[in-house]
Design a protein around this ligand. Structure first.
Ligand SMILES: C[S@@+](CC[C@H](N)C(=O)[O-])C[C@H]1O[C@@H](n2cnc3c(N)ncnc32)[C@H](O)[C@@H]1O
Length: 382
């Protein structure tokens, strides 16, 4: 990962933030996801002629007190130092980066950080650094685009809970637009219902007054689950999000400080995001705690399949028992309806156990043993 040289303006530098281990993990997830995202979206953009847009709604200064880089640099680096950069950046696909940040000093620092890290940028990469309030700027951005955003990934990473769900909804109602929100469970849990002056903010966050039912729930874990479930169900009903996955971040007291909530209407997006999250938590618990050594967490072998593969195979076996389905039916069942990743090794396990009766290739030619090519049809025994 890139590291910052320490800049010069001392007044601005007082506005740098401290990086917690979970922030590093958040950036890892972002990087792991954006890498395939840029590649996939560039392929589609070449056909449609649309630009590709990345929005960071609460961009921050682009660097941390101890020199680590911030999310805007992570995002730019994912494209500008992509292993396929020659291919991605040489065509006629336009990449738009919009960074919104309210604090003027942080905006200055962000400009400096971008210039320092990426002084020479190809003309197809457009960067717009906006000093302003997320809600206002997003509303004017949405108005200017007349409700037709180009395919967009919006990373929304606030400090608090002033985050109207109506903005998420407006973004998500555009084709191929998706969001990753830092939903601040810790703040919500602590402050919802405490001061009636703030009730309106919570109404806007959830897009409903139903969060007020919380007054009857005392147990903190239960309260958090109630709020998070409500938030996700509102993303489904108001923003029309078909697929949602959350990832829990715990602080050094092992308490949940926030949940990263990813929402998309795209199956491949969900598949890639699950892969991105598993790389920082290979046990598939979709959580990270600052108590865990962050370096260790990212160094653990990603493919520790022995822990979860038998259970994923079992779910597949039960779900499709007695049925004939395509390999893709199995793939999307695992990606969209289970916590696991799709691995063909699950099918091999089931076949070894005699739970698969036959596998027929799409073109009806003879298949190689233990392979499950695209378009194959699998018959599971009853
Ligand atoms: C959690 S930090 C962002 C960290 C950054 N995304 C990263 O990962 O490196 C939140 C940032 O949002 C900015 N901010 C706070 N309120 C804002 C608002 N209403 N609109 C835009 N930015 C805001 C803060 O100044 C702060 O820099």
């Amino acid at each position: 990962m890139v590291q910052m040289k320490l800049g010069t303006n001392q007044e601005d530098r007082k506005n740098l933030l401290t990086m917690a281990p979970h922030t590093k993990v958040k950036h890892e997830i972002l990087k792991n996801y954006l890498h395939p995202w840029f590649n996939i979206m560039a392929g589609l953009a070449r056909m449609s002629g649309h630009p590709i847009q990345y929005i960071d709604g609460f961009a921050g200064p682009g660097e941390y007190k101890t020199g680590e880089v911030g999310s805007p640099i992570v995002a730019l680096d994912s494209l500008l130092n992509h292993q396929l950069k020659d291919q991605l950046l040489s065509g006629d696909v336009e990449y738009r980066f919009v960074f919104i940040e309210k604090n003027k000093n942080r905006v200055n620092l962000l400009r400096e950080a971008i210039e320092e890290q990426f002084p020479a940028r190809p003309p197809c990469v457009k960067i717009d650094i906006v000093q302003g309030d997320f809600e206002d700027e997003m509303l004017s951005h949405l108005t200017l685009s007349r409700g037709r955003l180009p395919p967009t990934f919006a990373f929304i990473d606030p400090f608090g809970y002033s985050l109207p769900i109506s903005i998420m909804s407006e973004i998500m109602h555009n084709e191929r637009c998706e969001i990753m929100v830092n939903y601040m469970s810790g703040f919500v849990n602590r402050f919802a219902g405490v001061d009636p002056k703030n009730d309106g903010k919570f109404d806007a966050l959830f897009g409903t007054e139903r969060w007020r039912d919380i007054r009857s729930i005392d147990e903190p874990a239960e309260r958090r689950k109630f709020f998070l479930d409500l938030y996700k169900s509102q993303l489904r009903s108001l923003a029309g999000a078909r697929y949602i996955r959350d990832f829990e971040m715990k602080n050094h007291h092992h308490q949940v400080c926030y949940d990263l909530v990813y929402a998309t209407n795209n199956k491949t997006g969900m598949e890639q995001m699950k892969e991105a999250m598993w790389r920082v938590d290979p046990k598939g618990t979709y959580s990270f705690s600052d108590i865990t050594n962050p370096c260790q967490a990212t160094l653990v072998q990603f493919m520790e399949e022995k822990y979860w593969l038998p259970e994923a195979a079992e779910l597949i076996g039960l779900r499709f028992q007695g049925q004939t389905v395509s390999v893709e039916d199995v793939q999307w069942y695992v990606v969209l309806e289970t916590p696991y990743l799709f691995r063909k090794a699950c099918l091999k396990k089931l076949e070894e156990e005699g739970r698969i009766q036959s596998v027929v290739k799409g073109d009806m030619t003879k298949r190689k043993k233990w392979t499950y090519p695209k378009g194959s049809t699998i018959t599971f025994r009853s």
